[in-house]
Design a protein around this ligand. Sequence first.
Ligand code: ZN
Ligand code: ZN
Length: 246
Amino acid sequence: MLDCGTGARRLGFKLIGGKNRELDLLFSHFHMDHVFGFPFFIPIYSPGYKVRITVPAFSVDEAREKIARYLNGVYHPTRVRELPADVEWNAIRPNKTFQAGQFTARGVQLNHPGGSVGYRLEVDGQSMAYITDTAPFARPGEGVEAGEPPTKAEERIIEFLQGCDLVVYDTMYDLGEYLEKMTWGHSYPEYAHAVCRAAGVKTLVLFHHLPEADDDALDALEAKWSTATEPRVVLAREGESLDVRG
Ligand SMILES: [Zn+2]
Ligand SMILES: [Zn+2]
């Protein structure tokens, strides 16, 4: 499980109804839209449910503290130390490989105010990556989207995504919105597509939709990208399952 937005509530009820009693939850960063669902994620209240939580941090104490500040009795009545589930905390640093359940995982530092970490997960020769929240790794007119050689930062992300079957990528803005909000730490579809193409990605999933985008706007975005190739492009939808193999 990657981050814990509002969708965590429905997912939690679905998971608790299944046979599995353990999961790995990886956090990219701690902006509200990525942690808001955590106190409403029902497995953390289930005694005997093993929840391994991985956080970009220097120590296990720091990892726990990042969530404890939110679940401290003020913003929610439950405190982290009172959670009934069997919660384990892990601190990771970007670029170091680690194991998350059955997945071999690695993090990468992204371009976002306050920092954010993207993840690549691999199992049985299949791979997916989760790249949000992040602004482009080049200025407009530079780098792969402009048809120029990749910047140093682009080389790093392209190496990280190399050959990935499926990449979920921050495409909150269109180009015009990005140019107005270049320091806000989000990207746009043309940029995500150029980076994923350079990395040989098979499927790009447009993600972190603009909150004010309505269904018509997202339908139009989907139609615009429906014929894209190398990689093909699909739109993230709440509750949807995607086959990593395409
Ligand atoms: Zn953020
Ligand atoms: Zn966000």
